[in-house]
Each structure stands twice: as structure tokens, then as C-alpha cells.
Write a protein that binds this ligand. Structure first.
Ligand code: SF4
Ligand code: SF4
Length: 167
């Protein structure tokens, strides 16, 4: 859910300064700061199946057709809603719904009063650490272009794989 390759390589903090994600509340962030919080894991771009009776969500490893499964980036983020109308845009006001995101997700972490972990690009200064830490879907995701919708059940993954930081 991001276009932030450009901003990720910049440091938002000096050594003496408290980083913005610890200094500000979610609704106080600039758009650039908000977008930069996405670590580029690609986990929210995996298809989920909802049990109609219980509302329980099951993650699959099948990714939205716009996701590049190697870089874990959306290939047309500015126009994503034209291609994928149900792509969800996260907002500070929607923080109460962040429970459906993986517990590694920066938006969820900050909404729950946590901070960013070492592998987050804003902390490490590298977009690679999210992959090195096993947080991204690199090596896990398969594009929906290769999967029939009726076969999604076969791609359901265990909760601890769907959410590597599950508590
Ligand atoms: S789960 Fe969160 S951090 Fe990962 S891609 Fe989605 S919005 Fe970004
Ligand atoms: S359009 Fe697809 S790949 Fe792009 S951000 Fe939305 S869910 Fe992810």
C-alpha cells in the first residue's frame, strides 16, 4: 500500500531528534509522513477469506494482481482504485479497524501504542530489511493472475505465516 520508495531512502530524523512516529499522533502526521510509515511488506495485498458465519478471516498467499511479488510493491499505486476498486486506503480515522492488518504493520503498531521495529525502513534506512527480517511476502506470495478464484481455499496459510509477529 505504498508509493514511498522515494521517501524511504531519506531519514526523517536527526540523531538528537525524536522521530516523528514517536512524537506525533497518527492524525497529526503529514501525508508524506503517513505514506512513509508503510514498510512495503505487501501483507495487506494478500487475499483474505471471511467465514460468513463467524466473521473470522483466513489469509491466503494469493496476492492482488497489481502486487509485484518480488519487490512487494504495488505496480500502479496512484491509479490502484481504477484497477482494484476494493483496495482499501488506510486513514488515521480508520485506526480502530487496523486489527485486520498484520501485527508487524506500522499503522497497526502505532495505533496500538507500539513503535517501529529495527527492520522498518525508516529505522534501518534500507528498504531491504523488511525482506531480510522475513516480514514481507517475498517468497510467499503468488499472484492472483496464476490462480483461479475457485482455488483460493487451497492457498490458505497458517496464522503464524500470515502474521510473523503474531502475539
Ligand atoms: S501491511 Fe501495513 S506496512 Fe505492510 S504493506 Fe500493508 S500498509 Fe504497508
Ligand atoms: S491495488 Fe492491490 S497491490 Fe496495489 S495497494 Fe491495493 S491491494 Fe495492494
Amino acid at each position: 500500500m505504498t508509493t514511498i520508495n522515494q521517501v524511504r531512502s531519506r531519514r526523517f530524523v536527526s540523531d538528537q531528534e525524536t522521530p516523528f512516529w514517536e512524537r506525533k499522533r497518527l492524525h497529526e502526521l503529514t501525508l508524506e509522513e503517513w505514506e512513509s510509515l508503510c514498510d512495503g511488506c505487501g501483507r495487506c495485498c494478500l487475499h483474505k477469506l471471511e467465514d460468513m458465519d463467524t466473521g473470522e478471516l483466513a489469509y491466503t498467499r494469493v496476492a492482488c494482481r497489481l502486487l509485484d511479488c518480488e519487490s512487494c510493491q504495488c505496480t500502479d499505486y496512484p491509479n490502484r482504485n481504477k484497477h482494484v476498486p476494493d483496495c482499501i486506503s488506510l486513514t488515521p480515522e480508520g485506526a480502530a479497524q487496523f486489527r485486520w492488518l498484520p501485527s508487524t504493520c506500522a499503522y497497526r503498531r502505532l495505533a496500538e501504542g507500539k513503535t517501529l521495529d529495527w527492520w522498518h525502513p525508516l529505522v534501518s534506512g534500507s528498504t531491504e530489511t523488511v525482506h531480510q527480517a522475513g516480514v514481507s511476502v517475498r517468497g510467499l506470495a503468488v499472484t492472483e493472475k496464476l490462480v483461479r478464484p475457485t482455488d483460493l481455499d487451497a492457498f490458505i496459510i497458517d496464522p503464524e505465516i500470515a502474521d510473523p509477529d503474531i502475539e
